[in-house]
Ligand binder design. Structure first.
Ligand SMILES: Nc1ncnc2c1ncn2[C@@H]1O[C@H](COP(=O)(O)OP(=O)(O)OP(=O)(O)O)[C@@H](O)[C@H]1O
Length: 261
């Protein structure tokens, strides 16, 4: 469905963020993207969403190279934008309409889907936002904004869904809803970033782990990655802390993030 070949990226005047990253997402795969803060996960999702252009290598969507110039071509842009949806880590970045109802209806309307107002109402209900339909998005709480951002993207029925830390602001009920929703979807490919390794297992079976040097450290079964302390340590996804015993002796424990036992 989407293929990255030796993709490198740097922001203008910045250091290299991603170095020769290659992988392929197959239709209906559920993949979790893991890595320490600042290693380039959000940048990678933005590259796949066509919002940034690689500085090296190539990204292909259904066999066609993705680039700024290709995305200026109306037919391709329409088809790509219809198929691919992304929810940003900071939901504010994508909320700009006057009301929640208009915000959710915006995407379906632009894509020419039938009855965008009814679609917006339905998604507001699913994400328990119906009482805010006439409210400006900026008045919502952090978790409500996150649910609204999800509603906006899901209402467009994407085939490839890119979610950047989608549960960071969500309470357990909304997190459970999202996990169940994603499990129930047929024909959907998902790439999700999370710092919560306990939740990761609910979001995918395959893990991509980015190292702090911008290279892909691991591509394989999530379960295997989560039991590989050395790998997690190298990716800075594990932490160590001291245990002091009653007799005064000490020793260090290594834990994966999200597992503070
Ligand atoms: N617009 C930008 N211009 C320049 N540098 C940027 C920009 N956006 C991000 N960066 C830098 O790129 C690096 C990777 O950022 P990115 O947001 O992709 O990391 P991340 O893995 O998603 O981090 P986190 O887990 O903290 O969300 C960081 O060092 C960041 O400071």
């Amino acid at each position: 469905m989407i293929e990255l070949e030796q993709v490198s990226f740097r922001y203008p005047e910045g250091e290299a963020i991603l170095k020769e990253v290659s992988f392929r997402l197959n239709p209906e795969e559920r993949v979790v993207l893991l890595g320490a803060n600042g290693c380039g996960k959000s940048s990678l999702l933005k590259l796949i969403d066509g919002l940034l252009d690689p500085t090296g290598g190539e990204i292909r969507y259904q066999g066609e190279a993705l680039s700024a110039s290709r995305l200026r071509q109306r037919e391709f842009a329409r088809h790509f934008r219809r198929d691919v949806g992304m929810v940003f880590q900071s939901p504010e970045a994508m909320l700009f309409n006057a009301t929640v109802a208009e915000e959710i209806a915006y995407g379906p309307e632009r894509l020419g889907m039938p009855e965008p107002t009814a679609v917006a109402r339905r998604w507001a209900e699913r994400l328990q936002l119906e009482k805010y339909l006439a409210t400006p998005p900026y008045r919502l709480s952090g978790g409500e904004k996150q649910r609204l951002a999800l509603a906006c993207v899901l209402a467009c029925q994407p085939r490839l869904l890119l979610l950047d830390e989608p549960t960071a602001n969500l309470d357990p009920r909304a997190t459970g809803w999202l996990v169940d929703f994603l499990l129930d979807q047929q024909g959907l490919t998902t790439l999700v970033t999370t710092q919560n390794l306990s939740l990761a297992t609910e979001l995918g079976q395959r893990a991509l782990i980015l190292g702090e040097d911008g290279r892909l450290l691991y591509d394989g079964p999530l379960d295997d990655a989560l039991t590989d302390t050395d790998l997690l340590w190298r990716a800075n996804l594990a932490h160590a802390h001291r245990h002091v015993h009653a007799d005064g002796t000490e020793h260090r424990h290594v834990h994966a993030h999200g597992d503070w036992g």
